[in-house]
Design a binder for this molecule. Structure first.
Ligand code: NAD
Length: 478
């Protein structure tokens, strides 16, 4: 049994209340770890440590901060296989995918290590013989709260810029997938990150997460997770005038026009639908296909999906691993039932899978449903699993109305060879990110985030560095 304790002031620390949560391996549906059940007293200890560490960390030359953060990036790479194995065991995703994500977690640290030394502020010369310059100072102690779908990747995506900008961090990974964040703490120690600069607490969102959001000395909250949780966090943090970055749910459209390269569109749509069991906020869960190519696309997609293997995350032939938790597994299955009640036809999948030797794990076959109205619940609510719907359209206007017809606006994908149409659509889609003829092609410098109920604020590149700093204008007359 693995024990996951808090990491406070550079030391693994038992929870103040002495209680632990069960950590499950979703591939076999069994408990394999115990996770510190943090409360407000643990968060207070973490804040105290962060407060003590802050003056020296803030004053450290950027060049030195760069060296430490870069050493963390190297530490992740040096432990890539162990981290990836832990991620797959905790989350259920295929091991080959975990390896890619660990690589990306390392890149997050490397990227923001360099941001620490390249981040520059603006200056403005004023006509009335004055110069203004902007001081960008760290916010202080910041809270970073992350979800279970891309555990270490999203955890590092927040804490790396927070640290690079000179803040001390109190972070909480998801209680479903805390293992790699726990392992990262040891890597941080080996990289000589000073004690108290990064503190990681574990436990339920409603207790431990809530204590972070409520703490008066935590000045900014960077949160990634569900829209309902984000709404609640905003209601607590906004009256305290905290800086808030919210990366929330999505119901992303994947639009295939009749002039698209269908081979490419099918190949990529298999990934954008089912990668990581469909548990990526950027997955395209509503696939809109032009009527002229609907049948050809559907046939080709079904052929590809039929080849997908569901099962053991450590089998290298596995495409779709286990669903992260029993509640999520049940939620996804309930949405498949709802889709049937709403009149949908299940073209493939639609059921749980019990792979040999893994009968107690939580597996769902990749599921494609057609025949649903664009406004039904299946097509407007986030499912967050290996389930997509197919819808047909005739005109740009029609598909835009349907694509924009949900409360969400995170990412959209479109497939067309018509350049003018691509620009028109990119402009009109209500979405924080638009991919044209590709999906999940990421550049860490670009703004990342959503509109409408998919979030507030942007992460990535300078956006993240700006979020984690407080700008101060200094005006000097001469
Ligand atoms: P969740 O909202 O249940 O939990 C996310 C985190 O918030 C967890 O660490 C949880 O413990 C914590 N939390 C829960 N209640 C809290 C509270 N009251 N105060 C403070 N913290 C609290 O989300 P989840 O189920 O872990 O993740 C899935 C969701 O995340 C999906 O909706 C998905 O779309 C979204 N997501 C969004 C992005 C993005 O970049 N927009 C990326 C990944 C996932």
């Amino acid at each position: 049994m693995i024990t996951i304790n808090h990491f406070i002031n550079g030391t693994y620390t038992e929870p103040a209340g002495g209680e632990y949560l069960d950590g499950f391996n979703p591939a076999i549906g069994a408990v394999y770890s115990k996770i510190a059940k943090g409360n407000a007293a643990d968060v207070q200890k973490a804040v105290d440590a962060a407060k003590t560490a802050f003056p020296a960390w803030k004053a450290m030359p950027a060049e030195d901060r760069f060296c430490i953060l870069n050493a963390i990036a190297e530490g992740i790479e040096a432990n890539l296989d162990e981290l990836a194995a832990a991620e797959s065991r905790d989350q259920g995703k295929p091991f080959w995918l975990s390896k890619t994500e660990m690589q990306r977690a390392s890149q997050n640290f490397r990227f923001f290590a360099t941001a620490a030394v390249h981040f520059a502020s603006e200056s403005h010369q004023t006509d009335t013989r004055a110069i203004n310059y902007t001081l960008r100072q760290p916010v202080g102690i910041v809270g970073c709260i992350s979800p279970w779908n891309l555990p270490l990747y999203l955890f590092t995506w927040k804490i790396a810029p927070a640290l690079a900008a000179g803040n001390c961090v109190v972070a909480k990974p998801s209680e479903f997938t805390p293992h790699t964040a726990h392992m990262l703490c040891e890597i941080a120690n080996k990289a000589s990150l000073p004690p108290g600069v990064l503190n990681v607490v574990h436990g339920l969102g409603s207790a431990c997460g809530q204590a972070i959001v409520e703490h008066p000395e935590i000045k900014a909250i960077s949160f990634t997770g569900g829209t309902a949780t984000g709404k609640h966090i905003a209601s607590v943090a906004a009256p305290m005038f905290k800086k808030l970055s919210l990366e929330l749910g999505g119901k992303n459209p994947n639009i295939i026009f009749d002039d698209a390269d269908l081979n490419e569109a099918v190949k990529t749509s298999v990934r954008s639908s089912f990668l990581n069991q469909g548990e990526i906020c950027l997955c395209g869960s509503r696939v809109f296909v032009h009527t002229r190519v609907y049948d050809a696309f559907k046939t080709a997609l079904l052929q590809e999906v039929a080849k997908m293997q569901v099962g053991d995350p450590f089998d290298e032939k596995t495409h779709v691993g286990a669903i992260v938790s029993k509640p999520q597994f049940e939620k996804v299955l309930s949405y498949i039932e709802l889709a049937k009640q709403e009149g949908g036809t299940v073209l493939c999948g639609g059921h749980a899978v019990k792979p040999n030797g893994f009968e107690n794990g939580w597996y769902i076959a990749p599921t494609i449903i057609e025949g649903l109205d664009a406004n039904c619940r299946t097509n407007t609510e986030e499912i967050f699993g290996p389930v997509i719907t197919l819808l047909s359209f005739e005109t740009e206007e029609e598909v835009l109305n349907m694509a924009n017809g949900t409360a969400y606006g995170l990412a959209a994908t479109l497939w067309t060879r018509d350049l003018k149409r691509a620009h028109r659509m990119a402009e009109a889609l209500q979405s924080g990110i638009v991919w044209v003829n590709c999906w999940l092609l990421r550049d860490l410098r670009t703004p990342f985030g959503g509109v409408k109920q998919s979030g507030v604020g942007r992460e990535g590149g300078w956006e993240a560095m700006r979020f984690f700093t407080e700008p101060k204008n200094v005006c000097i007359a001469y």
